[in-house]
Ligand binder design. Structure first.
Ligand code: XIL
Length: 372
């Protein structure tokens, strides 16, 4: 008799149990939070890493897209599954968007933006003003400073107006400061990169870019984006001084991008220091172009286990240390590429997925860093 009741009860509660389990899993997906109560020891959860980055992350985790990403099936699978934020790798830059001084071509950037908006992915705008990627019509432009100012203003206004409501944050100016803290303008002994913008528009042009952007879309979050904060105290100081100056003058600036194109040799302390110093401004902090180079000297034809392990540990440090900055300042971490197969750095394996689009140790290190 007892045996009979037990069997009957077991049969009856089975559908309810299954329903409960499904609801729980569905809820965790929808709410964007992994359910902490599910332990890896539970028989239902075989692989904790099956939960994608965007579900595990307490902040946005992003990647870059190009038009070519759409025809790359494994890359698209990763974008859809793992990332909640996208930056256009090149499609919003001046070369891709402005065939002439007065005409705009939004085809590439619109394709990416509209896909993201349809799929609930945040789009971060990159970039309005940069000393690289200039079209020939611009480098050959012979106008006076007023004509240059007009080009700058027209570009910023057109981009912000076209993307209003779809793109809510922008890298307004990219890489305007040299490693020694001076404004990038003319070539120096240590720096062959010049900025035509600074040469033609004078040293306060960065401030005016932010003003034009704010006028065009007062709702947009405006970022200053640069590299090298992890190795150049002079650059850190120059950025901090610029932020203070903008705030004193009432010029809108909401965030700082730290590109973090870094490498295995960079001490963790330098990465942490860069994040903390930038966060001391109280602005939004975006690790905006993360990749960890392993083969800068091109010595290896494939990564060694030691290299992969070190990369894993650095990804872990960055993901977990980022959580120490106040939550309202956590704009997110964006990787500069989807897999090692399409990184802008060749034969170097700087990302979370390998050339076959499989998860690398770096993926697991980053994932653990999000959860720890
Ligand atoms: C790079 C792209 O990844 C390349 O495809 C392109 O040829 C050059 O630009 N800092 C930036 C990014 O802010 O826009 C750059 O992207 C990488 C360095």
């Amino acid at each position: 008799m007892n045996k009979f009741i037990f069997q009957t009860m077991d049969f009856r509660i089975l559908p309810s149990l299954l329903l409960l389990l499904c609801c729980q899993m569905l809820f965790s997906e929808c709410s964007g939070k992994i359910i902490d109560e599910i332990k890896t020891t539970d028989p239902v959860v075989v692989d904790k890493y099956a939960y994608p980055l965007k579900i595990v992350a307490p902040y946005q985790v992003g990647t870059v897209m190009s038009l070519s990403t759409f025809s790359n099936a494994p890359a698209m699978t990763i974008v859809k599954k793992e990332f909640g934020s996208v930056t256009c790798e090149n499609a919003m830059k001046i070369q891709a968007t402005q065939p002439t001084a007065t005409t705009f071509d939004f085809y590439q950037a619109d394709s990416i933006t509209n896909y993201c908006v349809r799929n609930g992915i945040r789009v971060h705008g990159h970039t309005l003003v940069w000393h690289q990627n200039l079209p020939v019509w611009l480098t050959a432009f012979q106008g006076d400073s007023a004509a240059w100012e007009n080009i700058l203003k027209t570009r910023i206004k057109a981009m912000l107006t076209h993307y209003k409501g779809r793109v809510k944050s922008w890298d307004v100016v990219n890489e305007a400061i040299n490693d020694d803290g001076s404004l990038r303008a003319f070539a120096t002994a240590n720096n062959t990169k010049v900025s035509l913008w600074a040469q033609k528009l004078g040293k306060d042009y960065v401030a005016r870019c932010f003003q034009y952007a704010h006028e065009a879309d007062p709702e947009a979050l405006l970022f200053y984006n640069d590299y090298g904060q992890e190795y150049s105290p002079a650059k850190i100081n120059a950025i901090l001084a610029m932020v203070k100056d903008f705030q004193k003058r009432g010029i809108a600036i909401h965030g700082l991008g730290l590109q973090f194109h870094t490498n295995l040799q960079r001490p963790d302390a330098d990465l942490k220091n860069a994040i903390s110093q930038m966060a001391s401004t109280g602005l939004l902090i975006h690790i905006s172009e993360l990749d960890i180079s392993m083969n800068g000297s091109q010595t290896y034809i494939q990564p060694t286990a030691t290299m992969l392990d070190l990369q894993k540990s650095k990804m872990n440090t960055i993901a977990s240390f980022y959580k120490t900055i106040p939550a309202p300042q956590q704009f997110g971490i964006t990787f500069w590429g989807i897999s090692d197969a399409n990184s802008w750095i060749k034969n170097d394996w700087p990302l979370l997925f390998d050339v076959t689009y499989a998860k690398k140790p770096a993926y697991y290190g980053f994932w653990d860093g999000l959860k720890q």
